[in-house]
Every structure is written in structure tokens, then in C-alpha cells.
Write a protein that binds this ligand. Structure first.
Ligand SMILES: [Zn+2]
Ligand SMILES: [Zn+2]
Length: 365
């Protein structure tokens, strides 16, 4: 038996479809037949060579946001991490990363392990178990990756973003701490920003203000429950800041959450924050892209910045449960805006790079 994968061989060159044999499954591992695999912003950054360094060398398989069905269960794996029995054919999600458990970040209990994706982009895919990334027919879940069974009522389109986008938003808003009645500004109404509108609301935010440059995204932010939308393509930064001040009785937002992925928005976000406010940074994952910041606004304003790039294990089952409870309330399925067969991965990457898509998904063969 063999499976296909889209292989990354050179920076900014088309991915190549190659075949690999299905690997033997270790006693504590799981081989998954991928259901949907989404193209995340960080896949594109890796493809452009802007990641933290592909130390294991090429070729590798990009892609990490996905769900799948169990193709082969290692002989020791009887249940998921919540104790639910697992059988071949069950739909599961899993963390795409695996904290090492031994570095100082891991020992201190922070979700910040610098070695967490070593088994993904740190290992070439031309050696067993081959299927290290999501742009493929199969994926090899290693011992130590957190695995959770997916509730039957959740469609694939709602679940496929869980292990990156949705979980990242849930954990980020947990870290920044939404308090009952908060005013929250969401910078960037792409996939993550739209989840953030729903999650912030369910966590108790009273007023949610979404900022973006694309009209369609802002319309969708309204469908997700944003109270106010600010179009940054037709307004000036100072007017947007004033609007936030006006909407908060001159105080400023309690929380600003950045999902825009641009250092340019940071100064504006700072000006929107109240004294003592909290700023969540998630979108700015591009190493080396610098922006201006006035540190005194944080010192004299006693404001706090939270940078978040991974999450803890509890976030995955809580996110699944959140989606199950609010499935009819928010239009989650709209976030998978495009679908392509795996064979058309390069076209799919192009569409994902145009900022109009929310999530572009690949359907394995
Ligand atoms: Zn991602
Ligand atoms: Zn670690």
C-alpha cells in the first residue's frame, strides 16, 4: 500500500506529488487517513523560507492543520487522551506538535517548547514513517501527540481547523484573559479573527470591534457577532482609534487581539488599549519583520503584551466541545472557503496567498 504526499523540496518552488509506502505503525502510534488538510499561514511562511529554519533538511511535507480517520491503530493505543475508546475508522484530531518535555519551557509548564515541531519540519520525509505533514493522503501520529475523538455531529469542515487556528484562538484568549463585560478589538478578520469574535463573545465579552481592510471579511465578522466593524481600507488609523475611545466612554479597549500578521498594526492596537489593558499577539509569526512600538505606552500605561504560538492539551477537547455547543450559532463551515484535490496543491497555495480566502482545504485522493 502506498499514499501520495505534496513534497516541499525547494523554497518558493512548486510542491511535488510523490508516493511513499505506508509505514509500519509503532505500538503507541496511529496512522491516519487524512479527511481535510487546510493551508495555514505558517505553511506559506515555511514555503517562502521564513520559518524558524528547516534544520532537518529537505524534502519535507508541509501542512499541520487537519483531521482524519484512524487507518491503523498501534497495538497499545486503546483510547484517546480523554479515555474514549478508539477504533480503526474513528475520526480524530491531534496536536500537530509535541512538546519535548525536557527543555526549560516545558519544565516551567509554558506552552512554548522550541522543539515542538521537530518531528514535522525537522525530519525529511524520505525516511519512514514518511507521512510527517498534512499535505498528503496519510499522517503519522507519533507517541506523545495529544489525540481526541471527534463528536459525530461536527462536520469535517468545522473540525479541520481545530488543531491549529481554533485551538490557537481559544488558548490565546484564555491567556490574555477575557473578563465579563470586556470590550475586545479584533485586528484582522481572517479565519483566526472570526473564531476570536465567537470565542470572545462566549467568554463574556460585551462589545466586540473587528478591524480589517476587506469588506467581505468584515461582513462575515458581523455574522460571527461583531458589534462594530471598522474598514481600515476607507478610514484613517486615528479615526479608528477615536471610534474605539468613543465606544468605550473614552477609556479604550480592555483587550486588543492581533490576528492581522502585520507589524504595522501594533502601534494602532496600542493606542486603542485602555490603561492596564492587555494585548494579544498571534498573527505576527514572521521572524525578522519589525514594527514600531512606543514602550512607554506599556510602562506608563501598565499595559501587558501576550505572545502566543502554541497551546496546552486541554485546549483541544474544550475547543471541540465549544464547537459542538455553538454549532448552530456561528457559521463555522463558511471558514473553509475553498477546496482542492491534493493533486492541485500548488493552485491551492496560490489561492491561499490571496488574502481573500479564509481557509483553503486539500482533499486527499
Ligand atoms: Zn497553523
Ligand atoms: Zn520542550
Amino acid at each position: 500500500m502506498k499514499g501520495k504526499a505534496a513534497v516541499f523540496t525547494q523554497i518558493e518552488k512548486p510542491l511535488e506529488i510523490r508516493e511513499f509506502p505506508l509505514p509500519d505503525v509503532e505500538p503507541d502510534a496511529i496512522l491516519v487517513k487524512i479527511g481535510l488538510a487546510n493551508i495555514c499561514g505558517s505553511d506559506i511562511h515555511f514555503w517562502r523560507g521564513r520559518g524558524p529554519g528547516l534544520k532537518g533538511g529537505m524534502p519535507i511535507i508541509l501542512g499541520h492543520e487537519m483531521l482524519g480517520r484512524i487507518e491503523k491503530l498501534g497495538k497499545n493505543v486503546k483510547t484517546d487522551y480523554m479515555g474514549h475508546p478508539l477504533r480503526e475508522g474513528d475520526r480524530i484530531i491531534y496536536s500537530y506538535f509535541r512538546p519535548c518535555g525536557q527543555c526549560w519551557s516545558c519544565l516551567s509548564g509554558e506552552a512554548a517548547c522550541p522543539y515542538r515541531i521537530k518531528h514535522w519540519i525537522g525530519i525529511p520525509c524520505d525516511e519512514s514513517p514518511y507521512f510527517n505533514g498534512a499535505f498528503a493522503d496519510y499522517y503519522y501520529v507519533r507517541p506523545g501527540q495529544w489525540v481526541f475523538k471527534v463528536p459525530d455531529e461536527l462536520p469535517d469542515e468545522v473540525v479541520s481547523p481545530v488543531n491549529c487556528a481554533t485551538a490557537q484562538v481559544v488558548y490565546g484568549l484564555h491567556k490574555v484573559g477575557i473578563t465579563l463585560g470586556d470590550t475586545v478589538v479584533i485586528q484582522g478578520a481572517g479565519g483566526l479573527g472570526l473564531y476570536a469574535v465567537a470565542v470572545a463573545r462566549e467568554m463574556g465579552a460585551a462589545q466586540i470591534i473587528a478591524v480589517d481592510t476587506i469588506k467581505e471579511r468584515l461582513e462575515l465578522a458581523k455574522e460571527f457577532g461583531a458589534d462594530v466593524i471598522l474598514d481600515a481600507s476607507t478610514t484613517e488609523g486615528q479615526d479608528r482609534t477615536k471610534r474605539v475611545q468613543d465606544l468605550t466612554g473614552g477609556t479604550g479597549a480592555d483587550v486588543v487581539a492581533e490576528f492581522a500578521g502585520s507589524p504595522q498594526v501594533i502601534d494602532e492596537g496600542t493606542q486603542m488599549l485602555r490603561f492596564g489593558g492587555r494585548y494579544l499577539w498571534i498573527g505576527n509569526i514572521n521572524i525578522g519583520l519589525k514594527g514600531e512600538i512606543d514602550p512607554a505606552q506599556y510602562v506608563r500605561g501598565t499595559r501587558t503584551i501576550y505572545g502566543v504560538v502554541a497551546y496546552q492539551a486541554w485546549v483541544l477537547p474544550r475547543t471541540l466541545d465549544f464547537l459542538r455547543r455553538t454549532l448552530k450559532k456561528y457559521p463555522y463551515a463558511k471558514l473553509i472557503s475553498h477546496k482542492f484535490p491534493l493533486a492541485e496543491v500548488n493552485k491551492a497555495m496560490e489561492v491561499a496567498m490571496e488574502r481573500k480566502a479564509y481557509r483553503v482545504a486539500l482533499l486527499p485522493g
